[in-house]
Design a protein around this ligand. Structure first.
Ligand code: URC
Length: 279
């Protein structure tokens, strides 16, 4: 039977590039699919893999090219990746790269775009919940999935080390979350939209501007700042998945292990929750 067409590669190679050669970091997060075509018929028809570049190696090459070009724009990155395969493997005749971007924009702190703290575009769904009887009511405003990230000023150290521990401590990691938060009103603010905006601004200012020794402490400090900024809020409840960005060790490929490329992961994630109130 004729083998009419074939191609193979690696899909959903998630890669975060952090350009950190100055205090002002730039982040580019992509999900990449890299597909190869060429002299691969024998792998299909004969079970002969001798010319097949393993898809695991294809993933490594995506990471290597990302590390070698942390500042390249998406279009340039696609070109550089294709060139890597075509230059290195004579029997590869075609490369198809498709990449979708997770777009981050800088958090504005007091109106100024922050150097290393970012929010996702088009972010977070606001909601309200009201429970009312004739005697009393309980009004809560909130947001689900408010996604933000910082590329430095975050660590995780001094936790329990025992036979279950494999994680290495670090004083510099990425911290990303998609926060669900709700705040209970104790009185009516002059403007709900303005007060809601002030809640999020106070929280994000602390996130951007304060070293995080752990998600737990940062959430508590964010809650404290919200209560200080908006007197009509009685308490705030937050739930933050710790969306791990795993540093990629490219030292086997002669590149530094230096915090410029990361694999974004959604699963499993830490899940940190707290409520901060007025005592
Ligand atoms: O901020 C964090 N809090 C944790 O409880 C935790 N646990 C872990 O493995 N990493 C982290 N990070």
């Amino acid at each position: 039977m004729p083998l009419i067409r074939n191609s193979y590669g690696k899909g959903r190679v998630r890669i975060m590039r952090v350009k950190r050669d100055s205090a002002r970091h730039e982040v580019r997060e992509l999900s990449v699919q890299a597909m190869l075509s060429g002299d691969f018929d024998a792998a299909y028809t004969e079970g002969d893999n001798s010319k097949v570049v393993a898809t695991d190696s294809i993933k490594n090459i995506v990471n290597i090219v990302a590390r070698d070009h942390v500042g390249a724009e998406n279009e340039e990155f696609a070109g550089l990746l294709a060139k890597y395969f075509l230059d290195r493997y004579d029997h590869v005749s075609g490369v198809d790269i498709a990449a979708t971007e997770t777009k981050w924009t800088r958090i504005a702190v007091d109106g100024a775009p922050h150097d290393h703290a970012f929010v996702l575009d088009g972010n977070g769904k606001p909601f309200v919940e009201l429970s009312a009887t004739r005697e009393a009511s309980r009004l809560v405003s909130g947001v689900t999935g408010l996604t933000f990230l910082k590329t430095t000023q975050s660590g995780w150290e001094n936790y329990v080390f025992d036979e279950a521990t494999t994680l290495k401590p670090t004083a510099d990691r990425l911290f990303a979350t998609a926060m669900d938060a709700s705040w209970l009103w104790s009185s009516v603010p002059a403007s709900y939209p303005r007060a809601n905006a002030a809640v999020l601004a106070a929280a994000l200012k602390v996130f951007a501007g304060t070293y995080s020794p752990g998600v737990q402490n940062t959430m508590y400090l964010m809650g404290e700042a919200v209560l200080a900024a908006v007197p009509e809020v009685a308490e705030i409840t937050m739930a933050c998945p710790n969306k791990h960005y795993l540093p990629i060790d490219l030292s086997p490929f002669g590149r530094g292990f230096d915090g410029q490329v990361f694999t974004p992961t959604d699963e499993p994630h830490g899940q940190i929750e707290c409520t901060v109130g007025r005592g």
